[in-house]
Design a protein around this ligand. Sequence first.
Ligand code: ZN
Length: 308
Amino acid sequence: MSSRSDSRARHLVCQLLFVWLVCLSLPAQAQDKPKPLKAVATFSILGDLVRQVGGDHVVVSTLVGPDADAHGYNPAPGDARTLSDASVVFVNGIGFEGWIDRLIKASGTKAPVVTASAGVPTIAGDAHGHDHHVDPHAWQSIPNAKIYVANIRDGLSRIAPDYAAAFAANAAAYLARLDTLDDLARAAIAAIPQDHRRIITTHDAFGYFASAYGLRFIAPQGVSSDSEASPRDVARIIRQIRRDKIPAVFLENIADPRLMQQIAKESGARIGGKVYSDALSRADGPAATYADMMANNLRAFTTAMTPP
Ligand code: ZN
């Protein structure tokens, strides 16, 4: 072989090697794999439900994060950007996010808005729930959460019909998990004597839990954490705890603990632990997902209600 054809061969090898290296450095399957959908959920509990159904095809951002209160939320400047970048927006509805309509309008987003609670049987708020006539905390009953999951599945499938089968499979698997959790909740509450099924929480967020599982919840604050409990409300609760011998009161992750600490001190009830009403815990906490949140709350409530 002449040195000339040798160098030509080497040149060809170099070219091939170069093409191969360029191909390797391209993002994996950039041409045939579309980017995941960008979903925005207004609060952390809803964000988890969207994640469960969306799986690998959806990237979820939440506006109100873990341990944060969505009732009186003040949108941050970045929220409008997050919305304008979204492929789909999920909201709870039932007046939970009083700030969302203005924010969506201000963001100029063209993304469809899916109301996750559409079709749930709503219940009235507590009488002293000032500005809320309908209780927005519908996710606190697992049968309602199943309706949320179906709405999320349908909403995602409308935006990305190519993934509809994947969304349907994810939803079916998750709905089966929720059924198991629901059975567990019913069995746990059924084991508690009827006259012990009374719970005190800071704000009236567990109405749906109560009506699904047959408990009575009493809260000094109304269904919105915006409203302050009046001294009269607090005095009434303390009288009620003493009269009905209610054993425990609960702290909420989104509420100032001082009110419950005061009520516990003055009534003689103990603090039954922390429960999660309107927001998940952080990832390393006991309620990082909807299912963990429900299991955590159920454990805290049943432990407190079980007679010694
Ligand atoms: Zn609330």
